[in-house]
Design a protein around this ligand. Structure first.
Ligand code: SF4
Length: 123
């Protein structure tokens, strides 16, 4: 039997949770203080995901880059693909917070949205 240790990030308490597993199967989970923590490590073990936050190029705006984020967690093994794709994106102002700037990034079905608004720059 193998073990992995996780720090639960579902609340500030940060419980250390240990998972015992064989192959893809969880055999035991210990150290959690509530069911949120148990669900957190089950998700982390089977399908770890992260919200991706970064910036993309934008033309004709006050700033040269626009902060963006995914609208939900991206599978960890697709994060590099998403970053590679977003490096190539160039938008044009104006953009409004919440606007979809990329749909179905890396065929994940996940959208990338603007984290702030940027007006068109006055000339
Ligand atoms: S297991 Fe529960 S109490 Fe512990 S960090 Fe996670 S959410 Fe908080």
């Amino acid at each position: 039997m193998l073990t992995k240790e996780y720090t639960c990030t579902a609340c500030p308490k940060g419980c250390k949770i240990e998972v015992e597993y064989e192959g893809e199967e969880i055999k035991d989970i210990s150290g959690y203080s509530c069911m949120k923590g148990k669900e957190y490590v089950e998700d982390e073990f089977h399908d770890p995901r992260r919200i991706l936050t970064t910036t993309v190029k934008i033309k004709q705006a006050k700033y040269p880059r626009l902060p963006v984020r995914t609208n939900t967690g991206v599978p960890k093994d697709r994060l590099d693909c998403c970053l590679d794709m977003l490096i190539k994106v160039e938008l044009e102002a104006p953009v409004t917070i919440g606007d979809k700037v990329v749909e179905d990034v890396c065929s994940t079905g996940i959208s990338v949205v603007a984290s702030r608004s940027l007006e068109k720059k006055d000339r």
